[in-house]
Write a protein that binds this ligand. Structure first.
Ligand code: AGP
Length: 614
């Protein structure tokens, strides 16, 4: 949610900042802006509603000198996405410029206070108060870092802030609480960003900021303090992926590239987790005895990650016989769930920043539950605040719609299920190893599906004009149906719903009308044959009412053939692992329908990749 970049060095700041913003645009894209210090006491700001391209046009070809700058791409919270509400925001005298990600919850009284003292605030944002508060403190003689620390102590909510001051050339000051900020360390240049993708073209050496810290960067490096001014140490790390991972690599859009990277995402997530016949959860900081004592598992997550949690439930319950509840993180803490020391909470989040999931984690830990995170972002807030973490190893996912990280989340959940089964003895060591072997074969099967999706693209063009699409599944097909529907909603802006196929007759069947496309995720005839027969009956029910059936079924499933208007075959897969193959055609279908309707597949409207507000 909102992308933030800062730069101090010897390069042209504007070009570094714009390049960083291009790589962060997935975080928010309803407006963008920059602030540059020209080194001679001047502050230039420019901001524009709409995508980054609008700002670039506004800046034109005129050279903008200066080696210090900050930039922002916005996902609007307070105030519509207009030029006036775009960041940066400045003070009354245009000496301080501020950009912000998050929400300042107490901005209303702060704004009233500032207005009473004669400040003129020109936007509807919560952010602008910070610029005016910094103005007062710096006018009274405080250095910008000191002023930032004082201001932060007055703010409630979540924020990453960057500020520059016309009187402090060569300095960018940042602060963070509940929202990400990393420092990039180059040779004679230093970067700040919400995500390392912004500076990966320049350096792979980075420093992670802790909670409630203020960082001051110059071209020679950085200093880090808490809000009280006490110096603290940051955690330095080396980014383990390179620029190529953040580029389209010849693909028309990132999502397609990321769909194709799914076999590797699963393989990399599995790598090293079986050693000497035993499951190894390497970042596991939880004692095996704790896992043995677990009597209930909660999975908390949002959106696609929530769907991976639904899949995890089938596997974990089957392998461990421990009951698993899956809950949308945004609801979790508000209903006072029953948690204690014997509860394991699995928090799934690719970004590790999602505010709803973070708050669920905090609530679970307050209630003394053990929290294990599944995350794709090294050092993000959710893994930091959890007892343990299992990283998915997907590299950056830039398309806003989650694809490869979904596959990796499912894979990591299976690993947790097997780890639990091993610790609790509900599976013998050879059984655990046998399940792992099945998992290890999945990248090949996913690869096979990817070679057969061409007919899905044709189908997508045929149904792109439909007003709605329904998705049905049973057992593990149900979360896959939910995910297929979510992908279509977010990318193609079509009405799409996922239902358990057996639930249809209890109401949703009223939606079926002549020609309505209905996607059915067929269970394998070999897993639970009884389910196969039941879903076949559900298909008959909808065909009898005119539905156009699009069936995803296992190769060789002859029984379903007569009832499928469009048959999409996937390789035979162990039942519990089937979502890893049945999801793929649905991702392709959604992306292709979106393209056929003329939408930006990587940047769907109203969305942002990481949602750092509740
Ligand atoms: C998925 O396509 C969505 N963009 C969204 O549902 C996402 O999965 C959700 O916001 C959770 O994000 P997280 O995994 O970063 O926590």
């Amino acid at each position: 949610m909102c992308g933030i970049v800062g730069y101090v060095g010897s390069q042209n700041a504007l070009s570094v900042v714009l390049d960083g913003l291009r790589r962060l645009e997935y975080r928010g894209y309803d407006s963008a802006g920059v602030a540059l210090l020209d080194g001679a006491g001047g502050l230039l700001t420019q901001r524009k509603a709409g995508p980054l391209g609008n700002l670039e046009k506004e800046l034109g070809d005129a050279p903008h000198e200066g080696n210090t700058g900050i930039g922002h791409t916005r996902w609007a919270t307070h105030g519509a996405p207009t030029d006036r509400n775009a960041h940066p925001h400045t003070d009354c005298h245009h000496r301080v410029a501020v950009i912000h990600n998050g929400i300042i919850e107490n901005f209303v009284p702060l704004r009233a206070e500032l207005e009473a003292r004669g400040h003129e605030l020109t936007s509807e944002t919560d952010t602008e108060v910070v610029a005016h508060l910094l103005e007062e403190l710096t006018r009274d003689g405080a250095a910008l870092p000191d002023a930032m620390r004082t201001v932060c102590q007055r703010l409630d909510g979540a924020f990453t802030l960057l500020a520059v001051h016309a009187d402090a050339p060569g300095v960018v000051v940042g602060a963070r609480r509940n929202s990400p900020l990393v420092v990039g360390l180059g040779e004679g240049e230093t970067f700040l960003a919400s995500d390392v993708a912004a500076f990966i073209a320049h350096t792979r050496d980075a420093v992670e900021l802790g909670q409630d810290q203020v960082v001051t960067v110059t071209r020679d490096g950085y200093t880090l303090t808490d809000f009280a001014g006490t110096e603290v140490a940051g955690r330095q790390f080396r980014i383990d992926w390179d620029l190529a991972a953040a580029e389209k690599g010849g693909h028309p859009y990132f999502m397609l590239k990321e769909i194709e990277e799914q076999p590797a995402a699963v393989e990399d997530t599995l790598r090293g987790h079986l050693a000497g016949g035993r499951i190894v959860l390497d970042e596991e900081r939880v004692d095996e005895q704790v896992l043995r004592d677990v009597d209930k598992v909660f999975v908390v997550a949002c959106g696609t990650a929530y769907h991976s949690g639904l899949i995890a439930k089938y596997a974990i319950e089957h392998w461990t016989r421990v009951p698993v509840e899956v809950e949308m993180a945004s609801e979790f803490r508000y209903r006072d769930p029953v948690l204690d020391r014997a509860t394991l909470v699995v928090a799934i989040s690719q970004s590790g920043e999602t505010a709803d999931t973070l708050q669920a984690v905090r609530h679970a830990r307050e209630q003394k539950a053990t929290v294990l995170a599944i995350c794709n972002t090294n050092g993000a807030q959710i893994p930091r605040e959890s007892d343990a973490v299992l990283y998915t190893r997907c590299g950056p996912e830039i398309g806003v719609a989650a694809t490869k990280t979904f596959m990796a989340q499912i894979t990591a959940s299976y690993l947790i299920g097997l780890g639990l089964a091993q610790a609790r003895g509900t599976k013998y060591e050879d059984e655990v190893a046998a399940e792992f072997d099945k998992l290890a074969r999945m990248p090949e099967l996913i690869g096979q599906v990817l070679t057969t999706v061409e007919p899905v693209r044709e189908l997508a063009r045929e149904i792109a004009g439909s007003k709605a699409v329904l998705f049905l599944g049973r057992h593990l097909g149900y979360p896959v149906a939910l995910e297929g529907a979510l992908k279509l909603k977010e990318l193609a802006y079509m009405h799409a719903e996922g239902f358990p196929a057996g639930e249809l007759k209890h109401g949703p069947i009223a939606l079926i009308e002549d020609g309505l496309p209905v996607v059915v995720v067929m269970p394998s005839p070999h897993g639970r044959p009884v389910l196969h027969g039941k879903v076949l009956s559900n298909i008959q029910e909808i065909r009898a009412r005119g539905a156009r059936t699009i069936v995803i079924a296992e190769e060789g499933d002859a029984d379903v053939r007569p009832y499928a208007n469009h048959l999409i075959e996937v390789p035979r897969t162990p039942t519990l692992l089937s979502p890893l193959v049945t999801t793929v055609p649905l991702q392709v279908l959604a992306a292709e329908i979106a393209q056929a309707r003329g939408y930006d597949v990587d940047k769907p409207r109203n969305l942002a990749k990481s949602v750092t507000v509740e």
